[in-house]
Design a protein around this ligand. Structure first.
Ligand code: ASP
Ligand code: MG
Length: 443
């Protein structure tokens, strides 16, 4: 058995659904379970509709048009049209409710966005059947997905795994293609929950781990995880394999690959995750595994994050004074500003933040215990790879920076086993990434 997950853009319209059908058909002998997201930007459109409802204006036009047009384009039967109509009517009532009480709790929001996935699986499954594939649409809760009640960020309960396997494995064994909603679940009270934006990846890896699938395939529109952002590095290429930790770290650094939490279930079972390209199905994609085989080389990928603010804080008290770090971090905490990278010495500390914050009040507080310098327009360069080979990575990286005449302004290594990060000026970041890519991947 394998799990195949297709995101919103892969099922955005009739044409894309036809295309997915052929990919699925070609892998039917591997007994797939399908996990789908909402069509296109439907989740965003649902949230927009809720905002409008709060202002007293109820409309499901955009959502209705997309799904009905797709049913028409795919020439589906009246049964699926009736199911879709029923869901749209329920959605409309919910929006009327929101517009009347002028309130949108997290619980209601989860109920609201669940319509996207519930609509998409019914349409896709109906088309698969019309195309001769024995498919069955399943809402996540009918496939065993029970979660806690943290609306917007729910966790699937460990007990659910057995129920998921107990539902899906017999279906697959009897030759049925289960088509399951990603992203959603139900809590013990029967309320609908969501696993967080982009959570369909997590639904897929939970199914893969629970059913001990051979592989979880996450189908995207790129050839897997790339060595660098192709907009910066024309010769960026797919990475053959990365570890779960490396993939999770890449996700945090904004390489829009997989939901960061989605690696967790497969780490527990050692299930392979593979990122595949739906526009290029024969490409092998990137394999995500527990341990890399053979000589994988020290570096997997290079990422950069622009528009970062660097704060240098030097203690105005004497050397050896305790409580300085606590004072610094409590100032950040009381201003609710989250810190990314940190480097410390005996009397000073440097840290980075997203540029979005207003730092004037924080600066005034910090200046009670330290002198503070704020430097804007910096970039974090992150090298994802095998930190056990850090000396080699640092030597080559700093060699690249030196040859480009770029000064490294802060370095952080050690907290994670898979990344080394350093700060340069924003304007220098593209050259540095290109230089590092040449040194590590094109030599
Ligand atoms: N449809 C949901 C979202 O847009 C879940 C997903 O796509 O993974 O966040
Ligand atoms: Mg989506």
């Amino acid at each position: 058995m394998i799990v195949m997950k297709f995101g919103g853009s892969s099922v955005a319209n009739a044409e894309r659904i036809c295309y997915v059908t052929e990919i699925v058909r070609s892998l039917l002998n591997q007994k797939p379970v399908l996990v789908l997201s909402a069509m296109g930007d439907t989740t965003d459109h649902l949230l927009d509709a809720a905002d409008e409802a709060l202002k007293g204006h109820v409309s499901v036009e955009k959502i209705e048009n997309l799904h009905k047009q797709t049913i028409q384009d795919l020439q589906l039967d009246s049964q699926v049209l009736a199911e879709v109509d029923a869901l749209l009517a329920e959605l409309k009532s919910l929006l009327v409710g929101i517009s009347l009480i002028k309130e949108l709790t997290n619980r209601t929001k989860d109920y609201l966005v669940s319509f996207g996935e519930r609509l998409s699986i019914r349409i896709a499954a109906a088309y698969f059947r019309a195309a001769g594939i024995q498919a069955k649409a399943l809402d996540a809760w009918d496939a065993g997905f029970q979660s806690d009640a943290q609306y917007g960020q729910a966790e699937v309960l460990p007990e659910a795994w057995n129920r998921i396997a107990g539902t899906l494995i017999p279906l697959v064994e009897s030759g049925v293609l289960p088509v399951v909603t990603g992203f959603i679940a139900k809590d013990a009270q029967g309320n609908i929950t969501t696993l967080g934006r982009g959570g369909s990846d997590l639904s897929a890896t939970i199914i893969g781990a629970a059913c001990k699938a051979q592989e979880v395939q996450v189908w995207k529109d790129v050839d897997g995880i790339l060595t660098a952002d192709p907009r910066l590095v024309a010769s960026a290429r797919p990475v053959e394999a990365v570890t779960y930790e490396e993939a999770a770290e890449l996700a945090y650094f904004g390489a829009q690959v997989l939901h960061p939490r989605s690696m967790q279930p497969c780490i527990a079972t050692g299930t392979t995750v593979r990122v595949k390209n739906s526009y290029n199905p024969s490409a092998t994609g990137t394999k995500i595994v527990g341990k890399l085989e053979g000589n994988a080389g020290p570096v997997r990928a290079i990422t950069s994050k622009k528009n970062v603010t660097l704060v240098d804080i030097v203690s105005s008290r004497m050397l050896g004074q305790y409580g300085f770090l606590a004072g610094v971090f409590s100032a950040f905490s009381s201003h609710k500003i989250s810190v990314d990278m940190v480097a410390t010495s005996e009397v000073s500390i440097s840290l980075t933040l997203d540029a979005a914050h207003d730092l004037a009040a924080l600066k005034r507080d910090l200046e009670k215990i330290a002198s503070v310098t704020i430097k804007e327009k910096k970039a974090i360069i992150t090298i994802i790879g095998d930190v056990r080979r850090s000396s080699e990575i640092l030597e080559r990286s700093f060699g690249v920076c030196a040859s480009l005449g770029v000064q490294v302004q802060m370095v952080s290594q050690g907290a994670s086993k898979v990344n080394i990060s350093f700060i340069v000026d924003d304007a220098e970041a593209p050259r540095v990434v290109q230089g590092l890519h040449r040194a590590f991947f094109e030599a």
